[in-house]
Design a protein around this ligand. Sequence first.
Ligand SMILES: C[S@@+](CC[C@H](N)C(=O)[O-])C[C@H]1O[C@@H](n2cnc3c(N)ncnc32)[C@H](O)[C@@H]1O
Length: 229
Amino acid sequence: MDAADAAAEVESQSRTTWEEAAAVFRTLPGGGQGLSILGHDVMEDWEAPYMDALAGVAASQPGPVLEVGYGLGLSAAAIDQRGVEGHVILEANSEVLGRAELWAEEATCPTIVLGGFWQDLVGSMTDATFGGILFDAYPLSPGEAAGDGEVGAFFVEAARLLRPGGVFTFYFDAGRNWIECVRSFQLQTVPKLRDAGFTKVEHDQVACTPRPGCTYFWKDRFLVPMATR
Ligand SMILES: C[S@@+](CC[C@H](N)C(=O)[O-])C[C@H]1O[C@@H](n2cnc3c(N)ncnc32)[C@H](O)[C@@H]1O
């Protein structure tokens, strides 16, 4: 087995582990809800203003919306509330998937939930299908954790799947402070989005206060990417 095959096998094993792992939904110290998988704090509900802002971008253009990662379903609910013409959700963890499927039965907009990793699912989707895409998966390896580490691999697919004029947004965090976050986005991520085929790349910001004791976010605002096909 060469190094590339070995790396592919490790990746495949970690995906299987993630898919089958228990999803722990818990009340956070001080209140609020959190989701942990394999000991990782994957999502906490104080992020609701950020999820709402991302949903607002993804639902801002005509056409169905593709969403990657269901988590606590906050962004899914915020997309649904905006009355989109269709909503396709991809979710990798089996237990979270079950919750997403239950939620979709009550959604007001036509909603489809597909189980699996986006890496295995989007290849069979038709070009120029969506008016908006929201990507908020979770990095399965530390190397994918910073900046556009995980979502970067999705940029080309996002551009392919969007209609002209469609918009792509995603969870983004980088650097030790807000200035470093913006700098990382502008210097490293914007060129990659342009290379992938996006014609206009802007960003906004939304104030968000992490709960005391949060293990993964310490700033006072999130960056909201807006990349237009
Ligand atoms: C941060 S949570 C999403 C939070 C969600 N936006 C919300 O509002 O609650 C990330 C979710 O993505 C899922 N996930 C991780 N990697 C994935 C992948 N490659 N493809 C699809 N889903 C993935 C995780 O199982 C988890 O449920």
